[in-house]
Design a protein around this ligand. Sequence first.
Ligand code: NYM
Length: 211
Amino acid sequence: MHVGKRGAFIVFEGCDRSGKTTQSRHLSSVLTSKGVDIKQINFPDRTTTIGGMINAYLTNTQDLKDEVIHLLFSANRWECVDSIKKDLLAGTTVICDRYSYSGAAYSAAKGVDFDWCCAPDRGLLEPDAVFYLKANLDELTSRGSYGEERYEKLDFQRKVGEQFDRLYAQRSSYWHLLDASKSLQELQDQIAAVADGVLQQAAEQPLSTIK
Ligand code: NYM
């Protein structure tokens, strides 16, 4: 039996181009420099067979029904659950760029029933903290146009933002709302300040699952 302290499971969520990837990588390097054992992951994980199907959908080389792609995104998380659990129990802190909440937000934004969207992820590991980078979408477009992938359209991103707000309202105890229009430095400082407490708390608590 493992007797050491477990790592924390930290997730970054938000609309496309909200700065999640930059901030999650920065937090990983800050914590690594403090001697914390870190694993950085992201969803979708396009390296698996299911991830390849998701990539074909996102790059518009394959069309799929909304429900089908939703379940593939969820399956892509389920195929990683054992390895995330193993890392956390071994004391590694896992920092994850997008997770279950992107699954619900993007599919519900298309009009798929919200509760139906949440159901396949029940039983996955629940994060200890979610950093929600809430974007002012008009400001985000001034950072440059969206890319070529499916979903990267302003109107759709607005709907996704509304769904993230809904998820946040139901989970504000462990979601940390961040104003994505702040400077990189301000965001980094805010995230680093919260992360220390998250690591300490997680070490004392058992893992829990999404209900
Ligand atoms: N996405 C991501 C979903 O629609 N559902 C999900 O469950 C996840 C994890 O994939 N536009 C969408 C959001 C993004 C796209 O993500 C690719 P990224 O972080 O740009 O690689």
